[in-house]
Design a protein around this ligand. Sequence first.
Ligand SMILES: *[C@@H]1O[C@H](CO)[C@@H](O)[C@H](O)[C@H]1NC(C)=O
Ligand SMILES: *[C@@H]1O[C@H](CO)[C@@H](O)[C@H](O)[C@H]1NC(C)=O
Ligand SMILES: *[C@@H]1O[C@H](CO)[C@@H](O)[C@H](O)[C@H]1NC(C)=O
Length: 178
Amino acid sequence: MASRLLLSFLLFLLISIATSSPPLLSNLKEKQTHLHFFFHDIVSGRNATAVPVTKPAAGAHPQSFFGMIAVMDDPLTDGPDRNSTLLGRAQGLYAATDQEEASLLMTMNLAFTAGKYNGSVLSVLGRNQPLHPVREMPIVGGSGLFRFARGYALARTHWFDLTTGDATVEYNVHVIHY
Ligand SMILES: *[C@@H]1O[C@H](CO)[C@@H](O)[C@H](O)[C@H]1NC(C)=O
Ligand SMILES: *[C@@H]1O[C@H](CO)[C@@H](O)[C@H](O)[C@H]1NC(C)=O
Ligand SMILES: *[C@@H]1O[C@H](CO)[C@@H](O)[C@H](O)[C@H]1NC(C)=O
């Protein structure tokens, strides 16, 4: 009788541990994922996907746009063509935070909407000097399949229209997650 009670108690304990605790990191396998996509920053026209919400500070260095903040909801596609398969959207802010040169503070969520990563998000917080050939930005976290994510993104301008300011940027993202 006593041993049966003990057994059901242990069983109860086991079930409550299994249902109430998140999986232990030590039981999960670390994965490394490479993502490749194109980011379309469209600032011109009626269908702009990034809009400035502040003007550059008066008297600032003209090349830096210091003080400008833009809000973006930029499409991410699998190819360089804006009409290629949509993989997700880059949603967030970029701000010109350098008084001397063009340099942006990027704070954005890469919200994936297709395939395996549909519903999963990677968060980026980094420095982006758009005139440099390659920019590296840290991946500081994620959700969904990207829980506990850490890694980096490499951004290279694929196309830039000097007159409109529209740009297509190639991204290679390397993340470690579980
Ligand atoms: C904006 O989007 C609408 C609807 O998709 C489209 O009909 C229109 O041609 C687009 N305008 C520009 C300037 O791209
Ligand atoms: C995308 O498709 C629309 C409508 O089908 C077209 O007007 C537009 O020029 C295309 N854009 C590109 C970059 O090919
Ligand atoms: C992504 O997930 C949403 C919500 O579950 C679903 O409605 C949508 O159809 C999915 N998109 C793709 C491309 O699978």
